[in-house]
Every structure is written in structure tokens, then in C-alpha cells.
Design a protein around this ligand. Sequence first.
Ligand SMILES: [Zn+2]
Ligand SMILES: [Zn+2]
Length: 410
Amino acid sequence: MDINEQTQAILAYGETCDHCLGRFFGKRSHGLSNDERGRGLKIALALAGNHPYTQFSGTCWVCGNFFESVPLWADRVVEATRGLEFSTFVIGCRVPPLVAENEEMVWSDLSLADPEPFKSEVNREVGKAVSVRIGKKADIKKPEVVMILDPLAGTVEVQVHSVYFYGRYQKFERGIPQTHWDCRACRGRGCEKCNFTGAQYLDSVEELIGRPVIEMFDAENAVLHGAGREDIDARMVGTGRPFILEVVSPKKRSIDLAMLEAEINRTADGRVSVAIKRWADRAEVETLKSNKAHKKYRILVEVDGELSADEFANALKSLNGVTIQQRTPERVAHRRADKIRERKVLDIVFVGEQDGKYLVEVLGEAGLYIKELVSGDSGRTIPSLAEILKRKAHVTSLDVTQVEGAKEGE
Ligand SMILES: [Zn+2]
Ligand SMILES: [Zn+2]
């Protein structure tokens, strides 16, 4: 079949608008829009004497004249995004099943080599019309918002992509979890036990950072992605812990990060503080979370019975550089698989005595359980400080002082 015969065969299905006719050959003859191409095909057919040329005036059997409503859809999109700050967008479309069926039938009946689907033309044409109205660019690769048209429902759904920034946080107060915990009794619904807050702990690092963020970005939520997490009762000081904050569905995006940092630090009131380094993106979150960073801790150790500082320091030395076998600790066994992991004590030093306790600095391979390294966890961690000292030992306070991070270019 030559192209005139194909055109004739398509028109034999029913009245076809220029857009849909041209789209059946959409990936040919670049530089033409589908409706120009469709009109050209009809003219070529008339010139060949096969078909009288008539201006299209009926109802297109493929699309039901969808393309006449492109300006209307562009207006709907503008309306749906009113009040939303963004610079790039992309249009999406839920293709009515009948339209897809119609065009796919022609593709296969006539073995068409290079048709363009309805969806692509809708997204492009409505995108162009929106672009003209709002002076912003359609950007398939990095859209800040996606507007999904639903021709059957006559609606536009707006999906606002999250904004991300990278920083480090310090936590100066013990008893604050990294992220929000639902109340154990009511699972977040609110009950007497949690004073109808739904929370097990009133504040989390995530919420202390997130609240001013939600306000400034006029966002729905803020989610903290940390490079690991410290225990609730541990402080996070020194270098701070790297994190990426995901700002969910923000209405504003052009926030000054220095002002944001100042506002977070003001409202967190010394319980938590942040240093925001730069903007980040979705792809970095996984990298950050899987970051196997070595961590440095400062711990206070209590030992049963009398012990000289020398004896203590010598016991520590025998742990230096040693690979530790750790069965999943009892305290986390309810939420983690029971298995044995091997982690190295990279460095461990005795700093000095403090109120009858021993101050120790440990640099551990990522994933080393520090409390169990000291206590032995009823024989689940081998070797341990308690085992070497042949008496009970445990950590009474723990600070994380250093976590390696991603590249932090200002
Ligand atoms: Zn059509
Ligand atoms: Zn509750």
C-alpha cells in the first residue's frame, strides 16, 4: 500500500480529523504538526483524483474531536495550578480506552510503520498551549509538576513533585527519636495513653526540622531520610548526621536555604540544630540511606565492682582492630531478622574516668552495635568488653560524634 492508499483506507473507517489522520504517520516528515500532515494527506488524495477534498466538519471517529478542546484543557490546567509555584511542568493524559482501541486497530490493520499515539500528541499540544499561557517550560526530564488530564472525567489532577535538600543535623537532647513514631497503644489514632496525640514521642528530629519547613514551603509533609539513625537515648553531636529532607507537595519552591536553616534552628530551640548544605534530589536519597559510613561514638561505661583505670584501658586495647560477631541484639530483635553480623572495631580509646564511670571513644565500622560491644548482650556479641573484664559492663550514655557523609559542595 502506498501512502495514498493507506490514507484512503483510514478514511474508510469514518470521518477522521486532520490531527488523527496526520498522527497515523506522525513519526514521518518532521517539521509538520499532525494536523498539517493530515491536511496534506487529504489534499494529496484529492490531487490524485481519488477522493474529493472537503473541509473536515463532522465528528472524528478516532478522538471524538478532542483536539478542538485543547484551548479549554489549557485553561483548566492553568486554573488547577493557580497559586502553585513551579518553573517546569509536563502534561500527562489518561487515554480513554475507546480512543486507544480505535487507533491501535488501524495500526495493526494497515501495518503502519510510524504512527504516534494519541497520548503523545495530547501531552505535547496541551503542553504548548499551557506554556504560552503561563510562560513556563514543559520539561519531560525534570518536571516540578505533572498535570494529568482525564478527558472522560473532564478533570485535571495535579501532582507536585517533592523538593529535597541535604544537610546535617545535631541532636542535643536524649529521648527524641529520629522520625515520628505512632503511639503503640492506638497506632496513631489517638487515645488516652498518648493524650490523643497519636504519637509515642511528642517530637522527633523529623518533626522538629519538618514543622518550619512545611510552613515555609506551604507543603503537605516533610520526610527525613537519614544516613542511618542513632538510638532514641543517644545524642548526635560533633559533625552531625547527614540527612536529606523531602518536602512533600510544596506550593512554594524558591526558598532561601540560609533563611530556612535559621528558622529551623530558631524553632528547634537548641534541642536539634541543622546545617543545610545544598539542594538535593530523589536519586540521592537511596545513596544516602545505603551509605555505609563509619561512625564515631563517645560513651560512658559503668562496670560492676572495683577496677583500676589501667585494667580497664588494657581490656579496651584487646578490642582494638578486632572483628566482632554480633547476633541481632535482643532490644531490636522484634523488628529485625535474627542473624549474625561481623563488624570491626576500627579504633577504641580510653579517654578518662568520670564520676566512677569510664569515658570511651569508639570508631566502629558501619553497623557495629556499640551497647552490645560493651555488655555482650547475654553472649550474643563476642567478644565484648564484659567478657574480657569477666564482669558486667554497660553503656550509661552514648553520643554519636562523627558520621561520614556524601559530598557536600556548597
Ligand atoms: Zn481525531
Ligand atoms: Zn495512643
